[in-house]
Write a protein that binds this ligand. Structure first.
Ligand code: FES
Ligand SMILES: [Fe+2]
Length: 366
């Protein structure tokens, strides 16, 4: 006998939502140019002239420290469209490498040889500026919003959630290790997968699952999903937290060693292992079937000298990457099988967090 699934529980997203270039283009408008998107940590931007470059959807941006003020601009020179900053992070004034145009805190261009080489009229000169992008700091987290009229941060995130981010970020160490990994699947699968704790005991049986508590059923969602419900924090006790001697040197976040998860809509998962170390994963869409995963890892503030911290960070990165590779190996296979005639996913009653996300996206893309 074939059991027909309850239509309520069939995903409202079709396979095409995961491979169609048209949907990918629509998401640039309705997701990545509309919502606040995590873009970096202030610990990378502490010094004057420090910068971070990112791609938010298909828009390259630079976040730059101008004498203590953080500003975000499109990372495209007003002259002939060269990228202004080239590295992921660094320290350098906002000056174009191509012909030397510099930019001040307001994004206005300082053009060398403006009179001779370019013969720009004085009134013309004042108008040459970069496109500024809205930026918001939540403790050590930096968010940007590409919209011309961005909604308030509190419309997207609960005040208590924002307070939580602020609180945890006061425990961040400034040393960060990062890597970017290319994966052949749709970015939405990446975010759905981190929300879906039920895959952990199966897919990560030999790595991650050993240390973690068994997944708990998520509460049933009521009514239509709201934007603020799509980001939340959860903390659970470890089945086993393997001891590590470097933890004695760390002042951990929280009163007891919990496994923390912050899900930051639309594309970030931020975790803390016991309050001692932190890891962020962000799923950035490159094409309908291509995602760049940014991994950033750091520790909580040190209690005393920890001169072997690079070794700890490197070890943590390897461990995180092994788990990520298991996810990528699975999700690339999932993506490869999607085709126009494939059936949509089916969700159980307790997969309500994933269901809410899918419903929300279906609403955005209608
Ligand atoms: S493109 Fe930037 S100075 Fe020419
Ligand atoms: Fe996973």
């Amino acid at each position: 006998m074939q059991v027909e699934p309850d239509p309520q529980r069939v995903s409202p997203l079709t396979p095409a939502h995961y491979f169609s270039p048209e949907v990918h283009a629509l998401e640039q408008q309705r997701v990545f140019r509309r919502f606040w998107i995590f873009a970096g940590f202030t610990s990378l931007l502490r010094e004057d002239d420090a910068f971070v470059t990112r791609r938010i959807g298909d828009v390259p941006i630079v976040i730059q420290n101008f004498g203590g003020r953080l500003k975000a601009f499109e990372n495209i020179c007003a002259h002939r469209q060269m990228a202004l900053q080239w590295n992921f992070a660094g320290r350098r004034p906002l000056v174009c490498r191509y012909h030397g145009w510099g930019y001040d805190v307001s994004g206005q261009a300082q053009v060398p040889q403006a009179d001779t080489l370019y013969a720009f009229a004085p009134e013309q000169r004042g108008k040459v500026r970069l496109r500024e992008i809205a930026l918001a700091q939540v403790g050590g987290f930096v968010f940007v919003n590409l919209s011309e009229t961005p909604h308030a941060l509190q419309e997207q995130f609960e005040p208590a959630f924002l307070e939580g981010l602020k609180d945890v970020s006061s425990h961040f160490d400034s040393e960060i290790i990062h890597t970017r990994v290319a994966a052949a699947y749709n970015w939405k699968l990446g975010f759905e997968n981190v929300i879906d704790a039920n895959h952990v005991p199966y897919l990560h049986e030999s790595t991650f699952a050993r240390n973690l508590p068994a997944p708990r059923p998520a509460p049933r969602a009521r009514g239509r999903p709201s934007l603020r419900d799509l980001s939340w924090h959860q903390a659970s006790r470890f089945a086993e937290l393997k001891p590590a001697d470097w933890r004695d040197r760390i002042a951990p976040y929280g009163d007891e060693p919990l496994y923390h998860n912050w899900f930051v809509y639309p594309n970030v998962n931020f975790v803390s292992v016991g309050g001692y170390s932190f890891a962020l994963q962000q799923f950035n869409p490159i094409a309908a079937d291509r995602t760049e995963i940014l991994l950033m890892l750091f520790l909580a503030t040190r209690r005393d000298a920890l001169d072997f911290s690079p070794a700890v960070l490197w070890h943590n990165l390897q461990a995180e990457k092994r788990v990520l590779d298991e996810d990528i190996g699975a999700l690339e296979r999932l993506q490869a099988g999607l085709h126009a005639g494939a059936r949509p996913a089916i969700l159980g009653a307790h997969e309500s967090r994933v269901a809410a996300l899918l419903e929300w996206h279906a609403g955005l893309l209608r």
